[in-house]
Design a binder for this molecule. Structure first.
Ligand SMILES: NC(=O)c1ccc[n+]([C@@H]2O[C@H](COP(=O)([O-])OP(=O)(O)OC[C@H]3O[C@@H](n4cnc5c(N)ncnc54)[C@H](OP(=O)(O)O)[C@@H]3O)[C@@H](O)[C@H]2O)c1
Length: 275
């Protein structure tokens, strides 16, 4: 068998389907997170805040899927030493999960984008739009739909093309395994651009109950995210990204999921009906 591909964030929205997708191809995926599945012989304990976990995770790997530490406003001090160890081991290919809303060089994920592009000969940075998974599970948006039938954002009428994390993972698997690097940077979206009011209307139809969009200021959204348990600096950073949607900057659709992974990206209606 070939050397494994290291998947960080392996229990998360994109990491879990990346692990599954690699294994479906008969490849070894080393699933790294703080809570590895004890039943998975190829899972390892990996903690961004404990650099002693880096070397065992990186041993013998040929490529890395990189999900930066979530919840940290400044992930660079944790990620830089990990990437330096990876280059020192001769790893050439890294696929970074960033965001459509974060340009190369901007604080946080944008700085990691810069680092990865500078350190690795075969770097691909995935820049997806907002995940459909935010509408389900434990995300504050999902909790708010369940508890109050409200979607609270600071986006106004701004539109964005929500994407299913499974579509991101399908692109990531291609980027990790293609004989030649697929691209330096891929902006990934779902199939249609929607406002949160339109997304609420779709959720209403599927639930059979009204769900409404509530537009608040960035400051109020920050307070709500802090109340939901996010660290204040990270909550502020997340809420500020909504301003980019409000300004119309995220109102676009790209063909990258179809072009790279050869699949039709999932629509929000289909995703919500399935979940
Ligand atoms: N949600 C969106 O709409 C959206 C849009 C664009 C980009 N993104 C980006 O996508 C990334 C993933 O976000 P997500 O919300 O979908 O999260 P996620 O991938 O579902 O969850 C985070 C993953 O990271 C692991 N993790 C968290 N803290 C860790 C630590 N200290 N050390 C090691 N592993 C750790 C978690 O596993 P354990 O708990 O087992 O450690 C989990 O597997 C973020 O960088 C985010 O900025 C998100």
């Amino acid at each position: 068998m070939t050397d494994p591909i290291l998947v960080t964030g392996a229990t998360g929205n994109t990491g879990a389907p990346v692990v599954a997708g690699l294994r479906e191809r008969g490849l070894r995926a080393r699933a790294a997170s703080r809570h590895p599945d004890p039943a998975d012989a190829d899972a390892v304990v990996f903690d961004w805040s404990d650099d002693a976990t880096f070397a065992p995770a990186l041993t013998d790997v040929r490529a890395v899927y990189l999900v930066a530490p979530t919840g940290a406003a400044d992930p660079v001090p944790m990620v830089r030493p990990f990437l330096e160890q990876a280059t020192a081991r001769g790893i050439r290919r890294v696929v970074l999960l960033s965001s459509s809303a974060v340009e190369r060089g901007e604080p946080g994920l944008g700085e990691i984008h810069d680092l990865v592009a500078g350190l690795f000969a075969e770097a691909t940075v995935l820049r997806p739009s907002w995940f459909m998974q935010n509408f389900v599970g434990d995300h504050p948006l999902a909790r708010s739909i369940r508890e109050t039938r409200e979607i609270v954002t600071a986006t106004g009428d701004g539109r964005l093309a929500f994407i299913d994390a499974a579509d991101i993972a399908a692109v990531a698997v291609e980027a990790l395994t293609a004989p030649e690097p697929v691209s330096e940077e891929l902006v990934l979206t779902g199939p249609e651009s929607l406002s949160y009011a339109e997304a609420a209307a779709i959720a209403s139809e599927i639930l059979g109950e009204p769900v409404r969009h509530v537009d608040v200021s960035t400051a109020e959204l920050t307070q709500r995210l802090v109340a939901a348990g996010y660290p204040a600096d990270f909550a502020g950073m997340l809420a500020t990204l909504d301003e980019r949607i409000r300004a119309g900057e995220q109102d676009f659709v790209t063909p990258a999921v179809r072009d790279v992974a050869g699949r039709t990206p999932t629509s929000l209606r289909h995703f919500l009906a399935e979940h």
